[in-house]
Design a protein around this ligand. Structure first.
Ligand code: UDP
Length: 240
């Protein structure tokens, strides 16, 4: 049964930074609850929601690599483990308000979560469950944005919805230039050639090669997550 909304199946990317909010703690439970409530509302409309969580609120491999003899791969594995913590927190929050949710990890942690199995993930979605993909791609030197693009392509989701702390993509850095304009739409080409910091190159080119549109929006504005999932105009749409 198709929903009457723009998207039938979406991939929501929630960065670690967004989960932290303005808290000094790593996670702001008000934010995880807001995400859970808005996702609950749209799953009731029949839209299938998969989520990729970041881990930057706890550990970012690139900023630790090199210090105290920590090699990049080890640092990145710690970063991937951080995403699992966020995933379990978000799952518990969702289930506390009655949304059936499964976490699938890119490397095995069988006592904690299911391993990533593509067909099983799709089955969960078809049954109306939310699937949270954790541990990124399972590989060091990648990001959770790339994991979002990859999982989106794999499960045939129609769009990557990138929830951030900013309203969308600007033509200039709004922190430096008060005249910076928020852009409605952008092509992949514009993102890569102007080096706009939307996503890393690997992630954006993966989206481009697979014709996956990306919506960048602010998750701190109430209603924005459900708007984005329902395909209503919010933030910046990248495609074409
Ligand atoms: N990471 C990785 N491979 C992946 C995804 C993530 O090695 O496929 C590691 C990397 O160290 C990264 C950390 O996990 O810094 C947290 O992910 P990310 O920085 O993408 O989180 P976000 O910026 O969304 O909070």
């Amino acid at each position: 049964s198709r929903s009457s909304y723009k998207w039938q199946r979406v991939l929501l990317k929630v960065s670690g930074e967004a989960l932290a909010g303005d808290q000094t703690q790593n996670i702001d439970p008000k934010i995880t609850m807001a995400i859970a409530r808005e996702v609950a509302a749209v799953t009731r409309l029949g839209i299938e929601v998969a989520i990729v969580v970041g881990g930057g609120n706890i550990f970012r491999g690139s900023s630790w690599a090199g210090s105290s003899g920590l090699d990049r791969s080890s640092a990145d594995y710690i970063g991937m483990l951080a995403t699992v913590m966020n995933a379990i927190f978000l799952q518990a929050t969702m289930e506390s308000i009655g949304i059936p949710t499964r976490v699938q990890t890119a490397f095995r942690m069988s006592e904690v979560a299911e391993p990533y199995i593509r067909r099983r993930a799709v089955r969960h979605l078809e049954k109306g469950r939310v699937v949270i993909f954790a541990a990124g791609t399972g590989n060091p030197f990648f990001t959770t944005d790339t994991a979002a693009a990859l999982r989106c392509a794999e499960i045939n989701a129609e769009v990557v919805l990138k929830a951030t702390n900013v309203d969308g993509v600007y033509d200039e850095d709004p922190r430096c230039n008060s005249n910076a304009r928020l852009l409605d739409t952008l092509t992949y080409q514009e993102v890569t050639s102007k080096e706009l910091s939307v996503m890393d190159m690997t992630a954006i080119t993966l989206c481009q090669e697979n014709n996956i549109p990306v919506v960048v929006f602010n998750l701190n504005k109430p209603g924005n997550i459900s708007k984005a999932i329902k395909g209503e105009k919010v933030g910046t749409l990248i495609g074409g």
